[in-house]
Design a protein around this ligand. Structure first.
Ligand SMILES: [Zn+2]
Length: 510
């Protein structure tokens, strides 16, 4: 098949970001996007890819596309079923001229450290070397050898917060169309001994990862199809979690040169990465100043309890510390506690209730917290944010409520609660339950970095504090019991020198 006009490209997917320290999950936690109303063409995860391929005259074939978000490890048996079903679906689809894969690239199952590689190799084995495979990956991908060996083109998000997903999907579509021709690029990859906490990985201006991103963009174009810099996801506890550069280019020498240059640059920035959060006590002291009107309103990011990093969104360390210090006029979101949400729904708006967050919990990271509360709002509509990385997407918050907790100071703590963990990545998530963050002195979000895109209109960088409270998604990497991480790596170990050695992948034998 050489004519794009009659080409058939299948879209298939497995996207999972594992927090190795979170509870295991089953396939029931995932969403099969091609089965959602409107199929892949209507999903924010795939719509720009589908539209661009169709504009190029390609027939798009919807195949099973699983999305798991950030969770604990996936049950190994369930994963094998997903792989088998994907392979069968590709077989049943008849002859395809290409496969576009919706990936994330930081998965893990209960018995596989590299399910992304396993998944891609199974697809490759099914279609053979002649059918091109392209994949889109999250900026936080942990990119393995087997992943690179199994695909022809690899496209990673360039931004963190991830505000270029649609653009990258369009880019992948263009590569897929290019791959309908006879030419096959090579992929080169180099990994650095930098295992960075998530707070060190922003790609905004002035951040080292932002400078890397700009350098990568300058090197892209012409015979260089794609340059992707991956921050990696340390909490996946994967041997592939280091900062990594992948280049797809026409020839191996060029790809290798670009990869080594960028990997060296990433290493040269090693003293600039922000490795630590602000201790909880210091964060609370700053919040007290804001609450007393002695400084501008503050946004406290409870980074360690970020559902976007696989945390349950139920830790009470920041809430308890603010309350104990008498900090007034606080707003928090989203705190996940299905039992308390249910209690609020039963009591109704305006009711006074006694609540216990994490009731009966014996988990050290989910400590109970008691308070008298007034029910401010009950909401069950779908949340569709208008800002940041989730703009226009449908978020599954299920039942929510807003409570006024009579703790801290006279104005108390207004808290937005959900029955499922949902990252508070934008002010729309608070407005959804009737809480306006412009009316609080201190706003606490359970988010690690994506909130920066959705709160940028309200808080400057110098009004943001990344709080060092404990949590499943901690950024304090020295507190974690690592098992599989590549060592030695900065900042966990002393590493004095590094010379990148690019690995080159020339495609699967046809
Ligand atoms: Zn990510």
């Amino acid at each position: 098949m050489t004519s794009a006009a009659r080409a058939r490209i299948g879209i298939v997917g497995f996207a999972h970001e594992v927090n190795a320290f979170a509870d295991p999950i089953t396939r029931g936690h995932g969403l099969e996007i091609s089965q959602t109303p409107g199929g892949l063409a209507a999903s924010w995860e795939a719509a720009p890819l589908v539209a661009r391929l169709q504009t190029a005259g390609v027939e798009v074939v919807d195949l099973p596309s699983w999305e798991f978000g950030a969770t604990g490890p996936l049950d190994g048996e369930h994963f094998r079923t997903i792989v088998a079903e994907a392979v069968q679906a590709v077989r049943d689809a008849g002859p395809l001229d290409g496969l576009a894969v919706l990936g994330h690239g930081a998965g893990r199952t209960t018995d596989d450290l590299d399910p992304d590689g396993t998944y891609l190799a199974a697809l490759r084995a099914e279609v053979g070397g002649a059918v091109p495979i392209g994949i889109i990956l999250d900026f936080h991908a942990n990119v393995s050898h087997l992943m690179c060996a199994s695909v022809d083109v690899l496209v990673g998000y360039r931004t963190n917060p991830h505000i270029d997903i649609a653009e990258r999907l369009v880019e992948l579509a263009d590569h897929m169309v290019r791959l309908l021709g006879p030419r096959r690029p090579v992929i080169a990859k180099a990994v650095t001994p930098l295992v960075l906490p998530q707070i060190a990985q922003l790609t905004t201006e002035g951040e080292p990862m932002g400078d890397l991103r700009q350098a990568a963009e300058r090197l892209c174009g012409g015979d260089v199809w794609n340059v992707s810099v991956f921050g990696g996801f340390s909490l996946g506890d994967s041997p592939d979690a280091g900062v990594c550069v992948c280049v797809t280019a026409d020839d191996a020498v060029r790809a290798t040169t670009v990869v080594n240059e960028l990997a060296s640059l990433a290493w040269s920035f090693r003293d600039r990465y922000r490795m630590h959060t602000t201790p909880l006590a210091d964060s609370v002291a700053l919040a007290a100043e804001a609450s007393a009107g002695r400084r501008e309103p503050l946004l406290l990011a409870d980074v360690a309890d970020n559902p976007g990093g696989g945390a349950p969104g139920n830790s009470t360390f920041v809430l308890a510390a603010l309350a104990a210090a008498g900090v007034d006029d606080v707003m928090i979101g989203l705190h996940c506690d299905a039992a308390v949400v249910g209690q609020a729904w039963e009591a109704g708006v305006g009711a006074e209730i006694d609540v216990v967050f994490n009731r009966d919990s014996t988990r050290p990271l989910a400590v109970p917290f008691e308070a008298r509360a007034t029910v401010l709002a009950l909401v069950s509509d779908q949340l569709v944010p208008t800002k940041g990385m989730y703009a226009g997407s449908h978020r599954h918050t299920s039942r929510c409520c807003a409570l006024l907790l009579h703790v801290g100071g006279p104005r108390g703590v207004r808290i937005a609660m959900s029955a499922h963990p949902v990252q508070c990545a934008d002010d729309d998530t608070l407005l959804h339950v009737g809480l306006d963050p412009t009316t609080a002195s201190v706003v606490v979000v359970k988010s690690r970095g994506h909130f920066r895109a959705g709160f940028a209109h309200l808080f400057r960088d110098d009004q943001i504090i990344e709080v060092g409270a404990p949590g499943v998604a901690t950024c304090e990497l020295h507190t974690v019991q690592w098992q599989h991480l590549a060592r030695p790596s900065l900042p966990l170990d002393q590493v004095d020198t590094f010379e990148p050695v690019a690995e080159v992948f020339t495609g699967w034998p046809a």
